[in-house]
Design a protein around this ligand. Structure first.
Ligand code: 5GP
Ligand code: SF4
Ligand code: MG
Length: 462
């Protein structure tokens, strides 16, 4: 079984008369975390209803569909998948009925021992409906739920390995839990007495909820009519927040892992200005993801900032492809260089990250063709050399350019006059945190949990 890896967004509401509608807004704010499918499961305390489909939140839901999702508790999910397994049956939340009870889960992250757990469960007669790693979570909780929901979650957390920020719905309760390393974010908010769980705080702003705190790594929060209860289910010797959430994935108006994303990206740009000294006419980003580090670099280096590449905000995920002769159309339709600004200029492009190098190459070519005389690229993170097993799917994006090429080879391939990546040390310093707080595996190969060597001796009973 190939477990599809994906980055996702999760959201949950307890104690609001229109929980599904609030969840819809929440998912809207989390849309950047997944554009393939969206789903909501709601409960009125007795009946559980669900709706999920492929597409954007705005395409999947309408007034009627939301009206059918009645109740004061709900969970929602947006899914991003670059794998071929992006089919409706793998959309979330994933709901099952077991021994007369309903359970639904929405998962952000990736379990590294899902295959082994699945094998063990199948040997004991479980029948799986999807290829999702998240489905094993539901099976495990359902199996141990006889001992109570809290025990069920606790037992499940002692068995699963990997990255998970999960929200779970039963008829009467919402549960949120996070892996002991805290790889993916999960925050608690409140609005008019209702509790909210969200991957990112930008969703709180939209629904005017106040941020309360993060769900702690290894912590379980159970929200029901008795309020919010919390306990620590699993301990770990260290944290490993995914630093790539800061670099690229999360929204700049969110605070995750106790830090504002915008401010951190800007600090990465400032750190670049400390590492390189360069003469140029102006600094530019490839919008939008490069904007914040570019501003930081411009302010710190005192090199002026220009938007020399303009983004078309109305490009859908699919459009009719032109004939073969229009090369690089997909990239050009999204970003167009401003020739009048670029002609004859020495430019510094500040880019958030390079993964495969293919997009960057085409964009740089466009800047060159628009007349730029000298192009240097500064990247606000170190070279991405190792695959991620914790939910950010670099592997299906093709080979990582930095895993098999020197910086000089990458510079040449990208058609640049100069290329510099931020060092790991400077990146950590800019974060204001310690090296041991982060997962840095895609940069340095040091996985917080052994993955490649995982032999999968899975023991059901604990
Ligand atoms: P590349 O040149 O490696 O093909 O693409 C680099 C660009 O992809 C950067 O602008 C970066 O912001 C963006 N990027 C990095 N990670 C992801 C991702 O997970 N999904 C998408 N869609 N873009 C990404
Ligand atoms: Fe994040 Fe990289 Fe670690 Fe994956 S390997 S969790 S992308 S820091
Ligand atoms: Mg980008």
């Amino acid at each position: 079984m190939g477990t599809p890896r994906e980055e996702c967004g999760v959201f949950a509401v307890y104690g609001h008369e229109d929980a599904a509608k609030l969840t819809y807004f929440g998912l809207y704010a989390l849309q950047h975390r997944g554009q393939e499918s969206a789903g909501i499961v709601a409960s009125d305390g007795k009946n559980v209803a669900e709706y999920k489909a492929m597409g954007l939140v705005s395409e999947v839901f309408n007034e009627t569909r939301l009206k059918n999702l009645k109740g004061h508790l709900a969970i929602g999910h947006v899914r991003y998948s670059t794998t071929g397994s992006s089919v409706l049956q793998n959309a979330q939340p994933f709901k099952v009925c077991h021994a007369g009870c309903t359970l639904a889960v929405a998962h952000n992250g990736n379990l590294i021992n899902a295959t082994e757990i699945r094998k063990a469960l199948e040997e004991k007669g479980s029948i799986f409906q999807t290829t999702m790693d998240s489905e094993v979570v539901v099976h495990l909780i359902a199996k141990s739920r006889a001992r109570g929901l809290e025990e069920g979650v606790k037992n499940t957390m002692s068995l699963i390995k990997g990255a998970y920020s999960i929200v779970l719905l039963t008829e009467e309760a919402i549960v949120g839990f996070r892996d002991p390393y805290g790889l993916r974010p999960l925050c608690i908010g409140k609005v008019n007495g209702a509790y909210i769980l969200s991957s990112e705080t930008c969703a709180f702003d939209l629904i005017q909820a106040e941020y309360v705190r993060d769900v702690e790594p290894g912590e379980v929060v159970v929200i029901d009519k008795g309020g919010l209860k919390s306990f620590k289910a699993v301990e770990s010797e260290r944290r490993a927040n995914c630093i790539f959430e800061f670099i690229y994935f999360a929204r700049p108006d969110s605070n995750i892992f106790g830090k504002n994303v915008y401010a951190l990206r800007k600090a990465l740009g400032e750190a670049l200005a400390k590492e390189v000294s360069i003469e140029a006419d102006f600094v530019m980003p490839f919008p939008d993801s490069g904007n914040y580090a570019a501003i930081g670099f411009s302010q710190a280096s005192q090199i002026p900032f220009e938007f020399a590449m303009i983004r078309n905000h109305y490009v859908g995920r699919t459009f009719i492809q032109p004939s073969q002769s229009m090369r690089d159309f997909g990239v050009r339709v999204k970003l167009n260089p401003v020739k009048e600004i670029l002609r004859g200029k020495r430019v510094v492009i500040v880019e958030d990250s390079i993964v495969r190098g293919t997009t960057s190459r085409t964009r740089i070519k466009a800047v060159r063709e628009a007349g730029a005389k000298e192009i240097t690229m500064l990247v606000s993170c170190p070279p991405i050399r190792y695959p991620c097993y914790y939910g950010i799917d670099f592997s299906t994006k093709g080979e990582l350019i930095a895993s098999r090429n020197s910086i000089e080879e990458i510079r040449s391939y990208l058609g640049l006059d100069g290329l510099h990546y931020l060092s790991i040390e400077a990146m950590i310093e800019a974060s204001g945190r310690s090296k041991d707080d982060f997962c840095l595996a895609c940069f340095n190969g040091e996985y917080p949990m052994e993955v490649r060597d995982y032999k999968g001796k899975f023991v059901m009973e604990k």
